[in-house]
Design a protein around this ligand. Sequence first.
Ligand code: ADP
Length: 219
Amino acid sequence: MKRRIVLLGPPASGKGTQADRLSTLLGIPHVSTGALLRSECTRGTPLGIEADSWTSRGFLVPDELAIRVIMGWMGEHGTNLVFDGFPRSVPQARQLDAALASVDAPLDLIIALELGDAEILRRVTSRLTCLNCGATFSTSLHGLAVKNPCLRCGSPLERRNDDSQEALEQRMKLYRELTLPVADYYGETVPNLLHRISADQPSDAVFEQITKFVHHSDL
Ligand code: ADP
């Protein structure tokens, strides 16, 4: 069974949902750098305020900041993790590899979710997020609106400030420039660990495909 799993993919490709389900299946924590940064921001910490100045405009936070956040989390929770939203650049991937190699616990599965631009736009502009528990819902699919209670924890739902069309365009540009090369980096360094899956199918079907790779060490 895999224990150190990276989920790559564009905005709204379902990384968070799949990471949550994997985390439950495997009994290991799920770490989302985006959710960690949003929680720092909601609590008004200096790190959160700095992060928001980047994320709200659709920029990535500087590598150094993202690495600091993830290393801190691994220090507390160990290295058996589902990584969601990290690494997001090749320098971040190299740092993660080095940190895991130093404790002899390399990554054992990398899933790259793939989704076309039109579907990304549709999903992001109909997305509502619970800033308390991180659950996401769709205005169209779930018939919910801003300020409606979260179906999981009851807190009011919000539209993320980086889910505006303007910020999304910037996020997509950086995704193409900085994050897409991360899958290619793993394709070159650990090709047998990388699997590309279409995210343009129901969540259950995506999960079923991911779990095949989780269970079979020879795939
Ligand atoms: P999504 O996958 O929908 O883009 P996330 O919750 O993963 O959303 O991330 C939200 C934002 O947080 C990103 O657009 C980026 O600004 C910032 N962020 C998250 N992870 C990283 C990271 N590893 N490096 C730099 N910035 C990050």
